[in-house]
Design a protein around this ligand. Structure first.
Ligand code: ADP
Ligand code: MG
Length: 253
């Protein structure tokens, strides 16, 4: 089920350096948000905080009203148990630039692992869902391949199928096409486009401005650990007053 995401004063530091600086952001349930911004601006860190791969140094993140990673006791926040964090993470799919498939497992094994292990699905149940997902991402018949025998675009589509196998309410994509040869970018963007507005809340870090313009409801532009522009896609991309966004777009087009 799609769920809204709410960030309040989210702060993250590495070795005393502030990487996310009191970030506030509301992402409506079922919407598509594209995060743009120069390298080092904190985009990946923001995604990693949303699924609690990073612990916050301040602020809160809620998904569907439930605080991510922490529970409140009086005024203080306490980190959840690892099993409670795992339960929350099961609701959040993540797709990385480098695909991160298990290299020593087949395509099918990659996809059915988490549903069997975490959701306790039977092998048969997980397999039939996996085959349907492979069809959805255009990889029918490839279930017994090893990841290294697939192109980057195919591996990334398997990674998307693997994330979808958990039926997540939220999908996070961190530059899903940045590691791909240019001719393979389109097939991955096409799969992501088909997922948009299908009932999953999607947050996508990408430099693909054309894709963002086509698919995103909202654009968030980050710089130096802060959101410096955010709003409906056209408004953010086409605002003549928004010099920083325009300059950035000029560098990535
Ligand atoms: P982006 O994804 O926008 O390129 P990142 O979120 O990866 O930016 O990184 C933002 C800043 O945080 C960078 O300066 C980066 O070097 C720093 N950073 C990210 N992760 C770590 C880490 N684990 N330890 C120390 N510094 C980090
Ligand atoms: Mg990044």
């Amino acid at each position: 089920m799609a769920e809204a995401i709410a960030l309040r004063k989210v702060t993250k530091r590495f070795s005393g350096v502030t990487i996310l600086d009191e970030v506030n952001l509301d992402i409506p349930a079922g919407s598509v948000t594209v995060i743009l911004g120069p390298s080092g601006s904190g985009k990946s860190t923001l995604l990693r905080c949303i699924n609690h791969l990073e612990k916050l140094d301040g602020g809160t993140i809620r998904i569907g009203g439930e605080m991510v990673g922490y529970k409140q006791k009086g005024q203080a926040l306490h980190e959840l148990s690892s099993s409670a964090i795992a339960r929350q993470r099961a609701e959040i799919g993540m797709v990385f630039q480098q695909f991160n498939l298990f290299p020593h497992r087949t395509v099918l094994q990659n996809i059915i692992d988490a549903p069997m292990r975490i959701k306790k699905q039977s092998r048969q149940q997980a397999t039939s869902k996996a085959l349907a997902l492979l069809k959805q991402v255009g990889l029918s018949g490839r279930e017994d391949e090893w990841p290294q025998n697939l192109s980057g675009g195919q591996q990334q589509r398997v990674a998307i199928a693997r994330a979808l196998a958990m039926d997540p309410g939220v999908m996070l994509f961190d530059e899903p096409t940045s590691a791909l040869d240019p001719e393979l970018v389109g097939e991955v963007l096409q799969v992501i486009k088909q997922l948009a507005h299908s009932g999953i809340t999607m947050v996508i870090v990408t430099h693909e401005i054309g894709f963002a313009r086509e698919v995103a409801d909202n654009i968030v532009f980050m710089e130096g650990g802060k959101i410096v522009a955010a709003g409906p896609t056209q408004q953010v991309l086409d605002d003549p007053e928004n010099g920083r966004v325009r300059n950035f777009i000029a560098t990535v087009l």
